[in-house]
Design a protein around this ligand. Structure first.
Ligand SMILES: [Zn+2]
Ligand SMILES: [Zn+2]
Length: 405
C-alpha cells in the first residue's frame, strides 16, 4: 500500500506510465520516462502567456468572422464567402444537420474555448473565485477536443484548388486572419497542457493536499482533466472534475458498439449517395466521395485526390476496425499489441474525416450562379452523422478494458 497526495502524481496521456511530480527549475519541462512526451512544465509566466495569446487569438477570430475568406469574380460580379455566411446559407437551404454541426464545431466551440482561456487565466491570476474557476476549467476540459478549425483550414485549401479550375479568385483579409488564428489556437490547445492549468489553479488557490492510501495498479487517469484517481472497480466519477471515468464494463461496451454500428450504417449512404451535385448551364452532374476523388485524380490534382480518399474513406474504415478490435480483444491480453497506443490513434485521427464535409459546405455556399451552381448532396449529412457517432463511440469506450498490468 502506498500513501501519497494524488495531485502529486501524473499518468502519461500517451503511454499511461505513472510518474511522481517534483519541483522543477524555472522554464524547464518534465518528459515521460517511457515515451518522452512532455508531461508538465514550470513556467511562472504561464498565465500571462495564455492571457496575451488568447486575447490576440480572439481578435483574429473576430476578424476572420467579419470579413470574406474567399471572393470569386465572375463576369464583373463578385461572390464572397465567410464562416457565418456559410453556416447561414446551409441552414437557409435546410441542411440542418451539417449547418448546426458547422455552427457548433467552427464558431461556438472555438469562441467558447478562447473565452474560457481568457477568463480562467484572469480568475486564477487575480484569485477571483475558486469555485467558478473550477467550473470553467471543467468546461474547457470537456470541449477542447471538439475544436476542428485547423481541419477547416485544410478544407479551405482543398476547396481553393477546386475553385481555381473555374474562377478567378481573391483571398480576403479573413483568409490571412484565419491562418494566424489557427497557428495561435493550435499553440494554445496543443502546448498549454490542461494539467498545467490545474496545477496553477491548485497552487494559486492553495487547494489543500490530502494523502490517500492506494495500490499502484489501482490508479487511473481522468481523460478530461488528467487528475489521477483511485479505481474502485465500480462506476467512478473523477474526484476533481466530477466527470464519469468508468461505467460498468458491459455498459461501456454496449454504448461503444451501438454508436459504432450507427456510424457504420451511416457510412453506407455516405458513400453511395452523391456528395456534390453540380448544375452547369442547366446540366446536372453528381459525384460520390470516391467519384469526386477520381475526378480530381484525372484532372491531375493528385495530392487533393489523395487527401480526400485518405480522410474520407481510409480513416473511417481504419477507425471502425481499431475500435472493433479494442472491443473484441477487451478481455484478452495480447502481448505484442500496445492497446493504449491504438486507442490514442483512434482519438487523434477522427477529426480529419470531416475534411470532405467542410469542402462541400464551402463550395455549395460560394458557388450559386445562373451558369454554375454547386449544392451538397445527401451524402454530406450521412457523412457528418457518421463522423459524429464514430467520435462518440471512441469516447464511450472504457479505457479500463485495455489496462495492461
Ligand atoms: Zn509516456
Ligand atoms: Zn477529471
Amino acid at each position: 500500500m502506498d500513501s501519497y497526495d494524488l495531485d502529486s502524481l501524473i499518468i502519461c496521456h500517451k503511454c499511461h506510465t505513472l510518474h511522481h511530480t517534483m519541483e522543477i527549475d524555472y522554464k524547464s519541462k518534465v518528459y515521460c520516462s517511457k515515451c518522452k512526451t512532455v508531461l508538465y512544465q514550470n513556467n511562472p509566466n504561464l498565465l500571462n502567456i495564455i492571457l496575451s495569446i488568447s486575447i490576440s487569438t480572439m481578435i483574429l477570430f473576430i476578424i476572420s468572422l467579419l470579413f470574406p475568406i474567399i471572393e470569386i469574380l465572375v463576369l464583373g460580379s463578385r461572390e464572397s464567402f465567410s464562416l457565418p455566411s456559410m453556416v447561414l446559407m446551409l441552414l437557409e437551404k435546410q441542411y440542418y444537420i451539417v449547418g448546426f454541426m458547422l455552427l457548433f464545431l467552427l464558431i461556438i466551440i472555438p469562441f467558447l474555448s478562447i473565452s474560457l482561456y481568457i477568463f480562467i487565466s484572469i480568475f486564477i491570476k487575480f484569485k477571483i473565485s475558486p469555485n467558478i474557476t473550477k467550473q470553467l476549467l471543467i468546461l474547457l476540459s470537456n470541449i477542447k477536443d471538439w475544436n476542428m478549425i485547423d481541419i477547416f483550414l485544410i478544407s479551405i485549401l482543398v476547396a481553393l484548388v477546386k475553385l481555381l479550375s473555374y474562377f478567378e479568385l481573391n483571398l480576403g483579409i479573413s483568409f490571412y486572419a484565419l491562418i494566424l488564428f489557427v497557428i495561435f489556437d493550435l499553440y494554445l490547445n496543443k502546448s498549454i497542457k490542461i494539467y498545467d492549468l490545474w496545477r496553477v489553479y491548485q497552487k494559486n488557490f492553495n487547494i489543500k493536499k490530502e494523502k490517500k492510501d492506494f495500490l499502484e495498479n489501482q490508479l487511473v487517469r481522468c481523460h478530461k482533466c488528467e487528475a489521477v484517481n483511485i479505481d474502485t472497480d465500480k462506476e467512478i466519477d473523477c474526484r476533481r472534475c466530477h466527470q464519469r471515468i468508468y461505467h460498468s464494463k458491459t455498459k461501456s461496451i454496449n454504448f461503444t458498439l451501438a454508436y459504432l454500428l450507427t456510424a457504420m450504417i451511416a457510412f453506407i449512404p455516405a458513400n453511395f449517395y452523391p456528395m456534390l451535385i453540380t448544375y452547369k448551364f442547366g446540366n446536372r452532374t453528381q459525384s460520390t466521395i470516391i467519384g469526386g476523388a477520381i475526378e480530381m485524380w484525372d484532372e491531375g490534382s493528385y495530392p487533393i485526390a489523395f487527401i480526400i480518399l485518405f480522410a474520407s474513406i481510409f480513416i473511417p474504415i481504419i477507425k471502425f476496425i481499431l475500435i472493433l478490435f479494442l472491443v473484441i480483444s477487451s478481455n484478452k491480453d495480447i502481448k505484442k499489441v500496445d492497446k493504449q497506443k491504438i486507442y490514442y490513434i483512434t482519438e487523434i485521427i477522427g477529426p480529419l474525416s470531416m475534411i470532405d464535409v467542410f469542402v462541400v459546405s464551402i463550395l455549395s455556399s460560394l458557388v450559386h450562379l445562373s451558369t454554375l451552381n454547386i449544392v451538397a448532396g445527401p451524402a454530406a449529412s450521412a457523412f457528418a452523422i457518421m463522423v459524429f457517432f464514430t467520435l462518440l463511440s471512441a469516447l464511450s469506450f472504457d479505457t479500463r478494458l485495455i489496462k495492461h498490468r
